[in-house]
Design a protein around this ligand. Structure first.
Ligand code: ACO
Length: 332
């Protein structure tokens, strides 16, 4: 058999879906629990409410709902899927993977399915991995999910975290194309941020135990100020670097889709890279930080604004630290 080594295959997004739980946790709800106020939270974070998944349901349930939403909206056949990659820091269980559990819930077999944990940068890591699979020509239909039930790890009495986080899931369907879809990505990690943002308990270092429960190691903890400064710096530089690498400039970008962690971080990144304000997509007000789900959820919610051929720059920052920026042409 003759192998054609010259034919380049690109991956593109052919469909998108999302899901957020019904149950809302508003700033006023939090006023009743901790010493905080709606005014402070809105001013310092831009968040008004977040969605909280009910007990007894898990990350895979939200992912399945997001996938069903995609399938219904775009009339796709789940049996065409070759691979599922789930970006999550809050898997249903340590094993099997959440991607594997999703296969069971959707009733599909013969699918390569696995999870990626790159915290808030997870979706961008998974997108690049999924695009790379498609580019090999061995996988034609790849689902890339970003989903987190972070509420399971939030101490409701800790006002430094309970105001920020919410649950959700987003998904894109990647397929081959001869025209360019996913263009490039710059994804980085440095391992210097472990002490500033983490969930220590439940892993092999601090396995589940009475001691880790008593020491509250199963809750998300952070030094908000350190994370804040590093997030702005890392996202701004990486956005400019990925543009430079592709001989593009900020004026070529139609839409900036930043990780939704704090409205002040989003605004500062926009200012640093000097992008027009109305080009930044934001939905943090209603969902807060949904970890790996923020970027696909934000694109999904705003997809009616996007035109075929638009250039999107996605950027994220999260625990580790891990961060990055991706470039793609919108092709739906
Ligand atoms: N309600 C009311 N007052 C508060 C609250 C609250 N929830 N939290 C802190 N305060 C008070 C403080 O006690 C302090 O009071 P003081 O001036 O009398 O000492 C004052 O408000 C300012 O506190 P800061 O900690 O300086 O508040 P800051 O402006 O840094 O905002 C926040 C805190 C929102 C956590 C911010 O640092 C942040 O968003 N950091 C980024 C964290 C993040 O997004 N992490 C998520 C994962 S990584 C990522 O996704 C990017």
């Amino acid at each position: 058999m003759e192998i054609n080594l010259t034919k380049k295959i690109y991956a593109h997004i052919s469909a998108i879906g999302g899901y957020v739980p019904e149950n809302k946790r508003t700033n006023h709800d939090l006023e009743l629990i901790t010493d905080t106020s709606d005014e402070w939270i809105v001013k310092r974070t831009g968040i008004k409410e977040r969605r909280i998944l009910e007990e007894g349901l898990a990350t895979s349930d939200m992912a399945v709902n997001a996938i069903k939403n995609l399938i219904e909206t775009y009339n796709k056949d789940i049996n065409d899927v070759d691979a599922i990659i789930v970006a999550t820091s809050t898997p249903d269980m340590l094993m099997p993977s959440t991607a594997n559990i999703i296969c069971g819930k959707l009733g599909i077999e013969n699918v390569w399915a696995f999870d990626i944990n790159a915290a808030c940068s997870g979706f961008l890591y998974a997108l690049d991995m999924g695009a790379s699979l498609v580019e090999t020509n061995r996988y034609k239909n790849v689902l890339v999910v970003g989903a987190d039930k972070i509420s399971a790890y939030v101490n409701i009495n800790d006002r430094s975290t309970n105001i920020l986080f919410g649950d959700g899931a987003g998904v894109v369907w990647l397929e081959p194309t001869k025209e360019i879809g996913v263009i490039d990505a710059l994804l980085l990690s440095n391992g210097t941020g472990k002490e500033f943002l983490n969930i220590e308990g439940g892993g092999s270092l601090y396995p589940p135990s009475q001691d880790s429960l008593e020491k509250e190691k199963t809750y998300i903890k952070q030094d908000g100020k350190v994370v804040f400064k590093n997030a702005i710096n890392a996202m701004s530089h990486t956005c400019l670097d990925v543009l430079d690498k592709n001989n593009l400039s900020v004026s070529d970008i139609n839409w900036l889709v930043p990780h939704q962690a704090n409205k002040r971080i989003i605004d500062a990144v926009g200012k640093e890279i000097n992008i027009e304000e109305n080009k930044t997509l934001i939905n943090i007000e209603h969902y807060g930080n949904t970890i790996a789900a923020t970027i696909p959820l934000c694109i999904w919610e705003n997809s009616s604004k996007l035109k075929k051929g638009d250039l999107l720059m996605l950027t994220a920052f999260g625990a580790g630290f891990s961060w990055g920026a991706s470039l793609l042409r919108w092709t739906i």
